[in-house]
Design a protein around this ligand. Structure first.
Ligand code: PLP
Ligand code: ZN
Length: 416
């Protein structure tokens, strides 16, 4: 059974409704469409207890998901670890920090597994046989993996010079991978034309409203894992700006369904200084962003013209949150800080989240007694080149005890 009412234009002064079809733009105002649900009916039918008794995956929130039947793709995705980061709290001088760790999402180690499983369930319901995407890396990894498993034909379009881990992590699945010269924004423009021409389901373009709903489950999980409570602050990395708006939607929907109390969470956005259209707009008090040409090691979130940038700015502002950005050097420091304190190896986007959280604490936007959740969205094994050359030296010795004795004496001497 589905609680979906249809699609609805996100522009406040429009709000036109559309049937549940592969549409993404409002014909009247060119606003973005989003999935609308019958929340009264959901409230009648769903309880915390019912959810708690279900399997530990993202589909335990299926009443809030845009599919008609049972999920057919990505049954094992989601319900990633959530934990209190006590070592990090000590280093940052803050009293309550949590990590939501999508670096270990199944099957491809990023939060994109959530949006892809949602998009593919829907693409199948719509009857598509070919799926595709424009990707900064993680989306391609996940779409490739999940498409082969579900028997769909697949085309991935990516900037030609992405990190090796992202390229290999897509090509290994044997799907069609096309490298495009230039940055992501050019790839996305090309894909918009290809989508119209070939009638394929581009998960983040023509079926984007459904795809994007998958991001809500990262929010649902952290609320449930916090004991059906809202944190006071959440820090979210931003690329196209979709995830951050869906984290907000997840809180609003749980409140509407009576699963949590009235919210009051400040949502903060994180970007790299080398690609900061959204955070720059927030800091300047602008409602609209100015597109930029990306230049940062945080490739997975390097989108110069973010599709949901406008809504991301609105989300941050309405929640009373803020946005910041960090240099590539701070990104590397952020990756190492999380690794050395909490034993989590995140990719560059996670380094951005950690670096921005640190900055927002220092600036007082996140007071030290107010709980904060950091959204860690991707895995460091995919962007190893970012930290190569920035790690502790690894001595190499002969396989002799005497050599180790000498080394240990050396290490002890330099440590004091
Ligand atoms: C795609 C991505 C994001 C941001 O996603 P948007 O919804 O486009 O803002 C964040 N982190 C990682 C690792 C990603 O791959
Ligand atoms: Zn409209």
């Amino acid at each position: 059974m589905s609680y979906v009412r249809g699609l609805k234009c996100r522009e406040k002064d429009c709000g036109r409704t559309y049937p549940t079809e592969p549409l993404h733009i409002c014909e009247y105002c060119f606003g973005k469409l989003e999935v609308d649900y019958d929340y009264d009916a959901i409230k009648q039918d769903v309880t915390r207890q019912a959810i708690e008794e279900r399997h530990e995956n993202m589909w335990r929130y299926r009443e809030f998901m845009p599919i008609d039947g049972e999920p057919t793709v990505g049954i094992e995705v989601g319900f990633t670890p959530f934990f209190r980061a006590r070592n990090l709290e000590r280093i940052l001088g803050h009293n309550e920090i949590y990590v939501k760790n999508d670096a270990v999402n199944f099957p491809t180690l990023s939060f994109k597994d959530r949006v892809v499983s949602t998009a593919l369930c829907k693409a199948k319901e719509f009857g598509y046989d070919t799926v595709a995407c424009a990707t900064t890396g993680n989306l391609g990894n996940s779409l490739a993996a999940q498409s082969v498993r579900s028997g769909l034909k697949c085309f991935i379009f990516m900037p030609a010079d992405l990190e090796q881990g992202k390229v290999v992590g897509t090509s290994v699945f044997g799907v069609n991978v096309v490298g495009i010269s230039g940055n992501y924004d050019g790839v996305n423009r090309l894909c918009t034309e290809i989508a119209d021409r070939y009638g394929w389901a581009f998960v983040n373009i023509n079926i984007r409203p459904y795809y994007a709903e998958g991001s809500k489950t990262m929010g649902f999980e952290m609320l449930e894992q916090l004991g059906w409570q809202t944190p006071r602050h959440i820090v979210v990395p931003m690329a196209g700006g979709s995830l951050i708006t869906k984290i907000e939607k997840s809180i609003r929907e749980f409140a509407q369904a009576g699963l949590i109390d009235a919210p009051g969470t400040r949502i903060h956005g994180a970007q790299a200084t080398g690609c900061n259209p959204i955070s720059a707009a927030v800091k300047a008090g602008e409602e609209l962003f100015t597109p930029v040409k990306p230049n940062t090691i945080a490739r997975s979130i390097a989108i110069g013209s973010p599709a949901d940038g406008f809504y991301a700015i609105e989300t941050i502002r309405n929640s009373g949150g803020w946005a910041e950005d960090v240099t590539d050097e701070e990104v590397i420091d952020g990756i190492k800080l999380l690794a050395e304190t909490e034993g989590v190896f995140t990719e560059t986007a996670g380094g951005v989240t950690v670096g921005v959280t640190k900055k927002l604490i220092e600036q007082g936007h996140i007071p030290k007694d107010e709980s904060v959740v950091m959204c860690i969205t991707g895995n460091g094994l995919k962007t190893q080149e970012a930290v190569l050359g920035h790690l502790r030296e690894r001595p190499v010795i002969e396989a002799k005890v005497a050599d180790f004795d000498a080394l240990l004496a050396d290490l002890t001497a330099t440590a004091t």
